[in-house]
Design a protein around this ligand. Structure first.
Ligand code: AHR
Length: 329
């Protein structure tokens, strides 16, 4: 009982410190300083995400953004967060490269009374009081959507010479330990397991990059060759790299090998128009508007929703031509 009371008192004290910081910043009429730690620039998605954050911040004269690029390294993100704490920013936001390993630095932010917003990806920690809101996609649902599109459309799209008895899938996973790689795999398998003729025969990380996607697909082609019926790419960039590997092997991507990937970046639409990619599942990087709305709400003393889920769609090849001109990234 005593321990529960002690924990409750600590939580209340932290909340009071946070609200005082908010009130003080606003009352003095000074800018709200936001420290944002970005993962890097591994994909077209990430570049669009950075652009969305930087351009949206510029629309708010009351906000000063301190932006830091971690070049794919967790240690750099931790350093950046520590530096934001030392500078006494008002809010910290970040997109965690991997799910685990954040608890100590987030505790430091909490002790300093700085609220933390998770943007795009979640963290895995026992203490949910270490962050105030998580905004971004439902990655498990994206994996489910990719798999559902595949089982619904494979027979119609497959090379007529191929059988429906066994459908061999190769999977290019995202960054090892990252929330989208973990969750998309879970969602995809959750659906695929209901269709025993669909089997994942190879699965490896391509680190969300085009070059690694190509490299891993080359190895898949070498090992399995014509046995491969389907490629599931955890993002479009890896699928686009893999398309090159398939062509170099002498097969036709989108025909000999059906390809579904995630993000819905312009490059994916262009590949669909060329008939080389069959479907892309949307994952929106345009999180800037939500982020700075949330920062302003927080600083105005409002309680943020714990989870803000981005609404997204599925774009098969058939709608690529009409949809491409409307794409913003
Ligand atoms: O966290 C979102 C993922 O990260 C995108 O799907 C991928 O392209 C990016 O690198």
């Amino acid at each position: 009982m005593k321990a529960i009371f002690k924990t409750m008192s600590v939580i209340v004290a932290v909340l009071v410190v946070c609200s005082l910081a908010v009130v003080t910043a606003n009352a003095a009429g000074k800018k709200i300083v936001v420290g944002f730690s970005q993962i890097g620039a591994e994909s077209a998605w990430r570049v669009a995400n950075t652009e969305s954050i930087i351009s949206e911040a510029k629309k708010y004269p009351n906000i000063e953004l301190k932006f830091s690029d971690a070049q794919q390294k967790q240690e750099n993100q931790i350093k950046a967060i520590r530096s934001f704490i030392a500078q006494g920013v008002d809010v910290i936001a970040f997109s965690p490269v991997v799910e685990t390993g954040w608890t100590p630095v987030l505790k430091e932010a909490k002790r300093a009374g700085i609220p933390v917003i998770l943007s795009d990806r979640a963290v895995d920690t026992d203490d949910d009081s270490l962050w105030v809101s998580f905004m971004g996609s439902d990655f498990v649902e994206e994996g489910r959507r990719a798999a559902q599109w595949l089982v619904d459309n494979y027979e119609r799209l497959k090379n007529p010479a191929k059988s429906m008895q066994v459908v061999n899938i190769v999977e290019l996973q995202g960054t090892v330990g990252s929330a989208p790689a973990i969750d998309r795999k879970v969602g995809f398998e959750e659906v695929i397991v209901k269709y025993p003729n669909f089997k994942i025969i190879k699965s490896q990380s391509g680190d969300f990059t085009r070059s690694k996607g190509k490299e891993v697909m080359e190895a898949f082609m070498k090992a399995e060759g014509k046995k491969i019926d389907v490629l599931f790419g955890h993002n479009d960039d890896m699928a686009i790299g893999a398309i090159q590997a398939i062509e170099e092997f002498g097969l036709k991507p989108g025909k000999d090998i059906i390809i579904v990937s995630i993000d819905a970046v312009r490059g994916a639409f262009e590949a669909m128009l060329d008939g080389k990619l069959n479907c892309t599942v949307e994952c929106s990087p345009l999180l800037g508007p939500q982020l700075f709305q949330a920062v302003n709400d927080l600083m105005a003393g409002k309680t943020l929703p714990r989870r803000i889920v981005t609404e997204e769609g599925v774009f098969p090849q058939e709608v690529a031509a009409e949809t491409l001109p409307t794409r913003k990234y």
